[in-house]
Design a protein around this ligand. Structure first.
Ligand code: NAP
Length: 290
């Protein structure tokens, strides 16, 4: 069979999760099991699925998990108070507020309430600044998962042309910063970029984080490139598609992630890894660097 090798996020995530579980057992044996709180506001069906998956993965890793639900009618104050209560609980090492929040709630203000040392999504201003400044801090899970996937397949970033499609605070911008930290030459493309195909064709490592099914055409992929497809798009027939037109891209790439089974599972694995590290720091106060 010709074409790219598959960057199997599901298998790699399973390896990471097994490592996390082992270290979590060590902490639990000392009465310090990692604690994760997931806050879910409202009835968004996709959010419910994501939260269920995170809850299950954290349980399997041996964490103490709390999933706290508020109705869509909850006030800004209700949500912020819930976050603050978790900040003050020493058994909680990670707090995740599932986004998007229902209309009328200000997600930025809610996130600002999270103690940066428990901000396992890496979205507080403190942690965004830490990434930009190259200081230790919590890194966002999806970009971290992309880097981990490359690392565990021996795919180096240093000196490579990395093109990141998308500039969100959740994926595109932090991913670009992480790639830069690894000495890649980074281009960020977005909806105003001219000749997207020509920009993508420069990439040794092409990351698509757009939310537009099959936007990236096979012809945009440089022969031998590594393609990471972050996009998760639900098609009218109910199936999932990434942001990359998989089959034609696979013909040209050296490595490519599938959707599903690529970056998605790595995101959850990194959520566990971030929570574990937070718990380890809490158990060893002298190691706390945040
Ligand atoms: P987002 O906040 O909507 O950002 C999308 C980015 O794509 C924006 O920067 C936008 O540009 C750019 N864009 C939109 N249309 C474009 C086009 N035609 N050409 C070039 N750029 C375009 O989305 P996000 O939160 O980053 O998520 C992106 C995708 O990743 C979604 O499918 C999401 O479901 C998925 N996702 C997956 C995971 C995972 O675990 N696998 C995690 C998070 C997100 P402008 O800034 O100019 O508007």
């Amino acid at each position: 069979m010709t074409g790219a090798r598959i960057l199997d996020g599901k298998a790699t995530a399973a390896t990471v999760r097994a490592e996390v579980r082992e270290r979590a057992q060590g902490l639990a044996g000392r009465g310090r099991a990692p604690g994760l709180t997931v806050i879910l506001v409202g009835d968004d069906p996709a959010s419910h699925v994501y939260v269920r998956n995170k809850d299950k993965a954290a349980h399997e890793a041996g964490f103490t998990v709390r999933t706290l639900r508020l109705p869509a009618t909850a006030s800004q104050r209700d949500v912020e108070a819930l976050v603050e209560a978790q900040n003050g609980d020493p058994a909680v090492h990670g707090i995740l507020v599932q986004l998007p929040l229902p209309k009328g709630l200000d997600a930025e203000r809610v996130i600002a309430r999270i103690d940066p040392s428990k901000d396992v999504d890496g979205l507080t201003a403190h942690n965004v600044a830490a990434l930009t400044l190259g200081r230790p801090g919590m890194r966002p899970c999806t970009p971290l998962g992309c880097i981990e996937l490359l690392d565990r397949h021996g795919l180096a970033l240093e000196g490579r042309e990395v093109v990141v499609l998308g500039r969100s605070m959740l994926v595109g911008k932090p991913l670009a910063a992480l790639a830069l930290e690894r000495n890649a030459t980074v281009t960020i493309a977005h909806s105003r970029t001219r000749d997207l195909g020509a920009v993508c064709a420069r990439a040794d490592i092409l990351v698509a984080a757009v939310g537009s099914p099959r936007l990236v055409q096979g012809a945009w992929v440089k022969p031998g490139a590594v393609v990471l497809d972050v996009g998760i798009n639900r098609l009218p027939d109910g199936t999932l598609a990434g942001d990359v037109d998989f089959e034609p891209a696979r013909e040209r790439a050296a490595w490519i992630t599938p959707v599903p089974g690529g970056v998605g599972p790595m995101t959850i694995a990194m959520l566990l890894a971030n929570t574990l590290r937070s718990a380890e720091r809490a158990a060893t106060p002298s190691a706390a660097v945040l």
